[in-house]
Design a protein around this ligand. Structure first.
Ligand code: DLL
Length: 447
């Protein structure tokens, strides 16, 4: 029996590349354990930092007898990659490394990830499975507008698309007019970019009078690399008629394609035959049961260049208990709406930008372009949200604008319980981005 006969998302026949998604759970756990043991051995033998940490705990590779024993292993964090910059965590000889990628930190040196040919293959398979799960097929024309280069978005989606047989259009980010022209002239059916860049593409297209539903052939949007809300998804789908899919990943674990959502849209399936997920309590560092929210941790199961053991992502989510209607056995995580790094503490309250976004986009005539400014006056934190509104709204009389401001403020207050100053601005006045957008300016840091 083909493994994917269990699949239920069959309006299009399941692509053969998706077969592992439906692997029986017992087989999956056995494969994970086998791969985990090999990875731990490789890291122990080749990475002095991890060997030292394991020795300090009295843990040897042969102590990993079940998947639960993963809890014996030390965690890895971004700071380890920085301290061991550039190649201290290498677990394969240099002649086996075929490509580097980097992730920029907020400060100082970037971190470097080394990939073997095997790692590129594993990554490509995962990305192909994500695209196949979204419904892409070899007949699709995929415009990759994620940045190419050290960032993993461009090359990751490029290899995934080519692997699936799609016609790939490697536009990278920027040059928005040309992006729109090619999208239209070639009849592009799928676009991969950050959600914020897609908003910019929509914006520029609308300015030119393009009717996306009539003039473009877009069916799929492959969006990730930054948090985005359900409200944002709805808005993008309404304007363009495409289906917006969520793709998750991070450089340290390979790049895009670590997880993605299936047609049922109830969480992101993690390709856990390659990337083993755990959710931990970020304070006690104890693993949490499925369903409880905490910090996402990944162990790469079959990467060889720089494998990661229990890598703390700083992303906040939970593992969704139970099975998915699509028939995939790969566990699901809730979409990542926040990173602990992005959390703002305003007057003692924990606030995530995505909460403010959800409040804003619940109000009609608000555009999905906003910027958050946090400051301090005397002892009191202040929160200002600048948001674009439609040209018609902006031309309304002062009373209507005041009423709109009040409605937005109340919508945000309901979610975060803080009274924010709302500044309405004209369309196309706030900064746009070609890649990941920076939505917050925290002026308190300069004081
Ligand atoms: O952003 C890889 C990627 C490229 C993913 C293209 C998806 C599409 P980094 O630059 O290392 O790698 O950033 C990784 O971005 O830890 C999350 O905080 C965030 N992130 C990535 N995907 C999503 C998503 C790439 N779908 C960091 N939703 C991660 C929310 C995401 N946040």
């Amino acid at each position: 029996m083909a493994l994917y006969e269990f699949a239920t998302d069959l309006d299009t026949p399941v692509h053969p590349v998706s077969a592992p998604d439906y692997m029986p759970v017992e087989q999956l756990r056995a494969l994970q354990l086998h791969r985990l043991q090999a990875t731990v051995k490789r890291v122990y033998e080749n990475v002095p930092l991890t060997r030292r940490r394991m020795d300090e705990r009295g843990v040897k590779p042969e102590h990993i007898k079940t998947l639960k024993d993963i809890a014996l292993l030390p965690f890895m964090k971004k700071v380890d990659l920085r301290d061991e910059y550039p190649l201290g965590l290498l677990a394969s000889p240099m002649n086996e490394i075929v490509r580097f990628h980097c992730s920029s930190g907020t400060t100082g040196k970037p971190i470097v990830l080394a990939n073997t040919e095997n790692d590129i293959h594993v990554w490509q398979q995962a990305t192909m499975r994500a695209l196949a799960m979204f419904g892409l097929r070899s007949s699709d024309i995929l415009q990759v507008s994620y940045g190419y280069g050290l960032f993993t978005g461009g090359l990751g989606l490029h290899y995934g698309g080519e692997g699936l047989g799609c016609a790939v259009l490697p536009t990278s980010g920027g040059n928005t007019d040309r992006q729109l022209m090619l999208m239209k002239d070639l009849g592009v059916t799928a676009i991969a970019c950050t959600p914020s860049y897609f908003l910019h593409l929509i914006d520029e297209g609308l300015k030119k009078g393009i009717d996306f539903k009539k003039e473009m052939k877009l069916k799929h949007g492959i969006f990730g690399a930054e948090p985005w809300t359900g409200e944002m998804r709805e808005m993008m789908e309404n304007v363009t008629g495409l289906c917006a899919h969520d793709i998750y990943g991070l450089t340290e674990i390979s790049g895009p394609g670590v997880a993605g959502d299936c047609p049922y849209r109830c969480g992101l399936h993690v390709f856990e035959d390659h990337f083993y997920p755990e959710v931990i309590d970020p304070d006690t560092l104890e693993p949490l049961p499925d369903g409880e929210a905490g910090e996402l941790v990944f162990t790469t199961l079959d990467r060889t260049g720089m494998p990661m053991l229990r890598y703390r992502t700083r992303d906040l989510t939970r593992i969704i208990p139970g099975t998915c209607k699509c028939g995939r056995t790969m566990r699901r995580i809730e979409r990542v709406s926040a990173r602990s790094d992005d959390m703002l503490i305003i007057r003692g309250v924990n606030v995530f930008p995505s909460q403010i976004e959800a409040g804003l986009l619940s109000i009609e005539s608000v555009l999905p372009h906003y910027h958050i400014v946090v400051d301090r006056q005397g002892d009191l934190d202040t929160l200002e949200v600048k948001v674009e509104v439609t040209q018609e709204t902006f031309s309304d009389d002062i009373k209507s604008l005041e009423a709109l401001r009040k409605r937005i403020s109340q919508a945000i207050q309901r979610i975060i319980n803080i009274n924010a100053k709302i500044t309405l601005v004209e369309p196309h006045t706030l900064p746009r981005s070609q890649g990941k957008i920076q939505r917050v300016t925290d002026l308190r840091k300069k004081q």
